[in-house]
Design a protein around this ligand. Structure first.
Ligand code: UT7
Length: 332
């Protein structure tokens, strides 16, 4: 029996309408448009402003776009994996809430927490259910409402993040198309550089933790930057090497959108021209688990069956990795 591969067969996305521009941020913290653009590449981000709305409210329209495109009954979905660090609630899992909202009554699912590498880790996990033959239709969604955990008085962190959701459908790939190889890594000793101090079991929420602003994302930017540049570039280069590929063989690099300088370093290390790198950081900022599928969403109509694509990410944990896939359909 030939090996089953897992292929992305549809993409959906959602970003909220409200824009938070660099000029808006100038009025909130001591920063300026020129600094933000030159240090990060970001001009604006999207923010989910409506009270009472959470990550599931962005994941649902992203997945519903897939259902429409594929003319799929939500009852046909076997499994939903939701990568997020901003779940609707600590529990139950946002995947359950999404399944309920879209009517995926036959699906099981769970949340996966790997920060900015969440989508990549979830994609690999979902792919294994397809490759094993156990399930036929798996939805992988990366979603984060970072505005819920960003401290808008911390100028080094608040300028980066935005809200959004991106989703893919995984099915058995024809002719070996789909996910070919992945290198995934984590190193918990990096947890000190990027985390949320309170609200977990070690330090539950109290009036003091709220007053000390410990329920926001805390980041030591420079340290994370150094690890990110090396981590993302190293695994991407290793992935090419062990598949006997060079930058010339790659149609597209889909990098995590945290900082344009990290993206450029990864592309250089892979020997890739800038035109082959998906970059939308200028309009969405860093949407954490949503950056990779939002790139696929924005570029879908340029993708061709057979394109070799590398997805690469680095995030809190630390977590990082790269995945090589052969695109399975004509995007147009
Ligand atoms: O996605 C998950 C993983 N996260 C990342 O990959 C993020 C990685 N880190 C970064 O992207 C960058 O470290 C940041 C964009 C967060 C910060 O950029 P940086 O070039 O590392 O800045 P820095 O923290 O080294 O600060 C340089 C200077 C400092 O001033 P002095 O000490 O040199 O006078 C900061 O106080 O820039 C100052 N600064 C700012 N100035 C204007 C820091 N933030 C701002 C700001 N506006 N928003």
């Amino acid at each position: 029996m030939s090996k089953i591969t897992a292929a992305i067969t549809a993409v959906g996305g959602y970003v909220p309408e409200t824009k938070l521009t660099n000029f808006d941020l100038e009025k909130m913290v001591d920063t300026n448009d020129e600094w933000i653009r030159s240090r990060t590449g970001i001009s604006e981000r999207r923010i989910l402003k409506e009270p009472g709305k959470g990550s599931s409210d962005m994941a649902v329209p992203a997945i519903e776009e897939i259902l429409r495109k594929k003319n799929l009954d939500p009852k046909e979905i076997d499994c939903i994996i939701c990568a997020t660090v901003t779940p609707d609630m600590v529990f139950p899992a946002t995947a359950n809430i999404i399944a309920d909202k879209i009517g995926a009554t036959n699906a099981w699912g769970y949340d996966l927490s790997a920060a900015c590498s969440g989508f990549l880790f979830a994609l690999s996990s979902g792919a294994m259910y397809i490759e094993s033959g156990r399930f036929k239709k798996v939805i992988v969604v990366g979603v984060d409402k970072m505005s819920a955990i960003v401290d808008y008085t911390d100028r080094t962190t608040c300028i980066i993040f935005g809200d959004g959701a991106g989703a893919v459908l995984l099915e058995a790939g024809e002719e070996g198309l789909g996910i070919q190889d992945s290198i995934l890594k984590s190193d918990g000793s990096g947890r000190h550089y990027l985390h949320m101090k309170a609200g977990g079991s070690v330090k539950p929420a109290t009036a003091e933790t709220v007053a000390a602003r410990e329920h926001f994302a805390y980041q030591e930017g420079q340290a994370v930057f150094k690890f990110a540049v090396k981590g993302m570039a190293d695994v991407s280069a290793e992935l090419l090497e062990r598949n006997n590929l060079t930058g010339e063989d790659i149609a597209w690099l889909v990098p995590h959108q945290a900082n344009l300088r990290i993206i450029d370093a990864t592309a250089n290390r892979m020997g890739l021209d800038k035109e082959k790198v998906m970059i939308n950081i200028q309009k969405y900022g860093n949407t954490t688990a949503a950056t990779l599928p939002l790139c696929l969403w924005d570029w879908e109509n340029q993708l061709k069956k057979g394109d070799k694509i590398v997805l690469a990410a680095f995030g809190g944990g630390f977590t990082w990795g790269a995945t090589l896939l052969t695109w399975a359909y004509e995007g147009k």
